[in-house]
Ligand binder design. Structure first.
Ligand SMILES: C[S@@+](CC[C@H](N)C(=O)[O-])C[C@H]1O[C@@H](n2cnc3c(N)ncnc32)[C@H](O)[C@@H]1O
Length: 240
């Protein structure tokens, strides 16, 4: 059975009532329109459901016609994802973000750029790990993940086995995983944890973290980090 996106939730309420979590300012009416009109069309959720969870998978061939597939985890306002989509029309990009205001911002940017190679999951990246085929992604981005600064909250960080193990399974051998963070202790945890999951840190010298990627565009969160005097770190890993 296939799960077709429809214009309305079965209850008749607009989809935006069911996506993500609301946070921050209310949505402008134009943003509500983006959510109502565009989100169902941009869903990666053409999942073939099966009683066996191992066979419940997204058909990426149908979604992107055989293009390389990249994943952005926590796209915030979506500026980086739209930038990459426009620069790389031969790639299909799936973005995950539970922050509904961010999803609405992204949809506005997709309309403006006219990008047709983005699909949006308005929720947790772990939902995608459940439905993506293994070894299907050639790139993943984790850009300024939530820092969880208190020590007792470090286990909530994305760079923990709970997230890294399924992410590693979804990446192809040779795939690239980029992590940007402005938190030194996050760098420590990333360099400690990510290599345990079959990734090699691609740094010729330790200070290579200072250089942004050649195709980088600064994100909203990075701009905030600069304003508050924090230093970005750019880490690149390759999946073995
Ligand atoms: C600090 S913000 C950075 C946003 C954006 N990448 C940037 O650089 O501006 C971290 C984002 O990750 C999202 N996030 C947190 N946990 C997530 C998860 N499990 N799956 C997807 N997104 C997540 C949050 O909602 C938040 O928008």
């Amino acid at each position: 059975m296939s799960d077709k996106p429809t214009d309305k939730h079965p209850s008749g309420a607009p989809w935006r009532n069911f996506y993500g979590r609301f946070k921050g300012k209310g949505l402008r009416s134009s943003q509500e329109a983006y959510l109502d009109e565009d989100l169902a069309k941009l869903s990666p959720g053409k999942v073939t459901w099966d009683e066996n969870p191992e066979r419940t998978r997204i058909d990426l061939e149908a979604l992107f016609g055989g293009k390389d597939v990249w994943l952005e985890i926590g796209f915030g306002g979506g500026e980086h994802m739209v930038h990459q989509a426009v620069q790389n029309p031969d790639v299909g990009i799936i973005g995950c973000e539970p922050y509904i205001n961010g999803v609405a911002m992204l949809l506005g940017k997709i309309r403006k750029a006219g990008a047709d190679n983005i699909r949006v999951h308005p929720g947790d990246a772990r939902d995608m790990f459940d439905v993506l085929p293994d070894q299907s992604l050639s790139r993943a981005f984790l850009l300024y993940p939530d820092p969880w600064p208190k020590k007792r909250h470090h286990r909530r960080r994305f760079v923990t086995p709970e997230h890294l193990e399924p992410l590693a399974r979804k990446l192809k051998p040779g795939a690239i995983f980029r992590v940007a963070t402005d938190i030194e202790d996050y760098v420590r945890q990333t360099l400690e944890q990510v290599p345990k999951h079959g990734f090699e840190w691609l740094a010729e010298k330790p200070e290579d973290w200072r250089e942004p990627w050649h195709d980088w565009i600064s994100t909203r969160y990075e701009q905030k980090a600069f304003r508050e005097g924090r230093t970005p770190h750019y880490l690149t890993f390759r999946k073995s």
